[in-house]
Ligand binder design. Structure first.
Ligand SMILES: NC(=O)c1ccc[n+]([C@@H]2O[C@H](COP(=O)([O-])OP(=O)(O)OC[C@H]3O[C@@H](n4cnc5c(N)ncnc54)[C@H](OP(=O)(O)O)[C@@H]3O)[C@@H](O)[C@H]2O)c1
Length: 360
């Protein structure tokens, strides 16, 4: 099978590096272009990683380390001509990112994005493939607006919501009414590690810019419906959140409280989680986890260190489900933020788009 040629915009960043490592030996995709800011242009990938003192550089293939970086803006036409689609993980202002992604779409190069800039545009699908794969159907509407034949933008959601929305999704048939969630987010979510952010050692920062708004709003688009050529957000549940940065390298945890419209027994919920088979499972996508949701009965699970790599970092783990005195129930859930929450989630989305022939 001919592989799809792929470009990575923002290849030198935390998420970009994760894309490169997850795409190694990918059965459908091969990296043809690595691109970043003009600061990195014409430098070899190896040189940039060495400058950034990235550990474990030799995990990357030699031909990747020898690739010269292109400039995401000034080389856009050249990049669009040489790939079938791009993954986008640049760290630019919202306005510049939005323009950049539209530029590639208009150059007839589909964009699968990690960025938030286009997430609330009503004809841009924001997809967690196991939850709302049908939102791909909005793509022709977007192509009409952009006046493109091949080009479009599809986005994945914010990393924080991917650690608790999957668990809530399975309860949707019982009427999700109100949700309170506190997230405990890893430092790689800010593109940092302990070398570049020593202040995070032995520390918690009770603020992540823009994260609470995203945590409360994005699930409503994920659960929205396509109507009158746009995605209309769901009305419920009402979600309130607090998002904290904690001294963890990778893995976002959520403490979740939820009230449902209908009553359901706790044991029934655990069965629903453990037996949930998403519709996309039958497509056999290469990055699809064997099991989407895993419930732990041990009281002290899921823990970051032992559970974040489950199913290559693509699984969601849940534990501590019990009744609550103010909400119906509470639980804890967790996922790997740079895999499921970023590069891995975007690769799975690209696989879905290829399987459904949106990317030819
Ligand atoms: N980290 C996560 O877990 C996570 C999860 C979900 C979504 N995201 C989102 O993904 C995006 C990237 O995050 P990150 O953590 O990987 O950031 P990062 O480590 O700071 O990497 C940023 C990338 O963007 C490039 N860049 C920066 N300024 C640019 C400019 N003016 N023009 C062109 N390229 C520029 C950088 O290139 P140079 O090396 O040349 O500067 C680098 O390749 C962000 O929007 C972030 O919110 C991150």
């Amino acid at each position: 099978m001919r592989k799809y040629k792929v470009g990575i915009l923002g290849a030198t960043g935390t998420v970009g590096q994760k894309f490169v490592s997850l795409l190694k030996d990918h059965p459908w995709f091969e990296i043809k272009v690595l691109a970043a800011s003009k600061r990195s242009k014409d430098k070899k990938y190896r040189e940039i990683l060495e400058q950034k003192t990235v550990d474990n550089i030799n995990q990357f293939d030699k031909h990747i380390l020898d690739m010269k970086i292109l400039d995401v803006i000034n080389d856009a036409q050249k990049i669009a001509n040489s790939v079938d689609f791009v993954f986008c993980a640049v760290n630019m202002s919202k306005k510049d990112t939005k323009e950049l992604e539209e530029l590639y779409a208009k150059l007839e190069c589909p964009v699968i994005s990690n960025n938030s800039a286009n997430r609330q545009v009503p004809d841009v699908p924001m997809i967690i493939p196991e939850i709302n794969p049908e939102h791909t159907e909005i793509i022709p509407v977007q192509q009409k607006r952009l006046n493109t034949k091949r080009g479009f933008i599809a986005v994945k959601s914010n990393c924080s919501i991917q650690c608790y929305v999957p668990a809530l999704h399975v309860l949707k048939n019982y009427g999700l009414k109100s949700v309170l969630v506190c997230t405990y987010q890893a430092i790689s979510g800010a593109g940092r590690d302990f070398k570049t952010w020593p202040d995070m050692i032995d520390n918690i920062i009770p603020y992540i810019n823009g994260e609470e708004e995203k945590s409360e709003q994005e699930p409503l688009k994920i659960w929205g419906k396509i109507c009158d050529n746009k995605i209309i957000n769901a009305d419920l549940p009402n979600i309130t959140s607090q998002c904290l940065r904690v001294p963890v390298t990778d893995g976002h945890t959520a403490a979740v409280f939820v009230t449902l419209e209908q009553k359901i027994h706790i044991n029934q919920i655990i069965n629903l989680w453990n037996n949930y088979v998403p519709e996309i499972q039958k497509l056999n996508l290469p990055s699809s986890p064997e099991k989407f949701l895993t419930y732990y009965h041990e009281e002290d699970m899921p823990q970051i260190k032992s559970a974040r790599e489950i199913y290559n970092g693509m699984g969601i783990t849940i534990g501590r489900l019990r009744s609550d005195s103010q909400y119906d129930m509470k639980f804890v859930s967790m996922s790997h933020n740079t895999v499921r929450g970023a590069a891995g989630g975007a690769i799975l989305l690209a696989e879905l788009l290829c399987a459904k022939n949106y990317i030819s």
